[in-house]
Design a protein around this ligand. Sequence first.
Ligand code: HEC
Length: 121
Amino acid sequence: MRIARCVKGIPHFVPQGRYPLGRGLSMPLLCLCLLLSLPVLAAGDPKLGKPLHDKQCVACHVKLLGGDGSGMYTRKPRLINDAVALGQRVAACAAQTNAGWFPEDEAHVTAWVNQNWYKFK
Ligand code: HEC
């Protein structure tokens, strides 16, 4: 009943199948929106994060603390105590280095740092 009423509601001067935002346009749009939102939602991949981290993050931590720089993540008390704070810290540090990373790059690096040192769930 509902659907029938709805169809009747389409103004009769608009040719069937060529409705302005009908099937023709809305499906590609929906796909595009889904595609664009995927990288942001996707969880980081530590394997992709490692080279980025090696390139942009390690040298400065080594200069500060010596060793392989990982002392920055294992010091006590450490600054970062949950996964959200870690993500924010990585994003803030990445912004400082002018690395030009995309949010998914930050997610990869966060995943790498977390997998190796912080181990937040
Ligand atoms: C120019 C130097 C420099 C660079 C480059 C740098 N960091 Fe840092 N990082 C620091 C300093 C200094 C601290 C300690 C900040 C403090 O104690 O307030 C720190 C702290 C951190 C911490 C928190 C450590 C803790 O106590 O838990 C994380 C996580 C971190 N950095 C990640 C990164 C990542 C990821 C990158 C690469 C995008 C990066 N850093 C690049 C200097 C740097």
